[in-house]
Design a protein around this ligand. Sequence first.
Ligand SMILES: NC(=O)c1ccc[n+]([C@@H]2O[C@H](COP(=O)([O-])OP(=O)(O)OC[C@H]3O[C@@H](n4cnc5c(N)ncnc54)[C@H](O)[C@@H]3O)[C@@H](O)[C@H]2O)c1
Length: 359
Amino acid sequence: MKKVKVELGSRSYEVRVGADLLARTGLWLKEMGLSGKAAIITDTTVKGLYVDALIRGLESAGFDTAVLEVPAGEEQKSLETAGRLYSELSGAYAERTTPVLALGGGVIGDLAGFVAATYMRGVPLIQIPTTLLAQVDSSIGGKTAVDHGQVKNMIGVFYQPMMVIADVETLKTLPEVELTSGMAEVIKHAAISSSKFFEFLDDNLERVGAFHEGVLEKMVLESVRIKAGVVEKDEKEAGLRAILNYGHTVGHAIEAASDFRLKHGQAVAIGMMAEAKISNRMGILGDGDVIRLEKVIRKAGLPVEMPDLDKEKVIQSMKHDKKVAQEKIRFVLLKSVGNVFITNEVSPSLVEEVLFGRE
Ligand SMILES: NC(=O)c1ccc[n+]([C@@H]2O[C@H](COP(=O)([O-])OP(=O)(O)OC[C@H]3O[C@@H](n4cnc5c(N)ncnc54)[C@H](O)[C@@H]3O)[C@@H](O)[C@H]2O)c1
């Protein structure tokens, strides 16, 4: 098991990455001074797979556990479900010191994180991510939220967990499409800050599909280190944290324009490729790096080509995205693999040309 510390002063915490960690969680909670009750929030699928191992460890460390279950799916990231969870926590006599354990993917992490941040003005939160996306991205950094109306993550709060426990063994039961989708964020982390990690991915991606434990552990660990490093410098996204949006300006727009037919990771992969081409056309990113990126994205089983989407819909959603500052679309672009910069100075005609070709 390896540890990465997220240094945020009094809100610092550890991310523990390795195999067979679920059963050890109870002991670690006890070591952090927690005791009494523990409330696990999970979805139906993950509950069937992993809750027993977690409960065993918690009970042998003396915890009295309650399991709060929600159906799987983004629709559960709502105020309505949060409301139901508050009632269930209260019904289970959860107190201000009762830890909430978010066991599941990014949906559970965001929802349970939001509930933990707001129930009784905040109770201890432990993130136990079980998807690749959640292990390398959403469980780290303290962003919690629920969706509202048509707007994703509209209601939320920054709330750091007390610990993140990323058990790579849990990735073995992930549907392939979820694993592949999560790879987009791993590639993004390498592309924005480490040419060496990018090279590792290029050399080892074939082994991810075969669930090579060492490769998965290294991939999660390096990603966590990169994300933690960014979050430490800019916890509340005042500036630098925006670099984590590489591939997301175009990615979010095509995800929305496809009516969410494309998975987030697929849209981000296409977005990373498009944004690399924009930088290349601006004379900044070299041809060799564009080729390198394309090769790695393809190897991960992710798409690189723009799908057939309504042009106006894509452009409009890009303009409506929160990454627009003073009418200008903000892009995170690569200088080279491992180096990024943020700019508002990309001409709209270049964006259209790269995405849709010449009229
Ligand atoms: N807070 C952040 O910083 C942040 C960052 C990125 C994304 N997000 C959020 O994350 C969410 C997406 O997360 P996700 O992609 O993990 O989706 P998800 O939580 O919906 O999980 C995907 C599916 O996999 C299943 N699953 C989870 N773990 C499993 C396992 N080990 N084995 C088998 N099945 C398993 C789930 O039941 C679900 O059906 C979105 O709501 C997004 O907004 C948040």
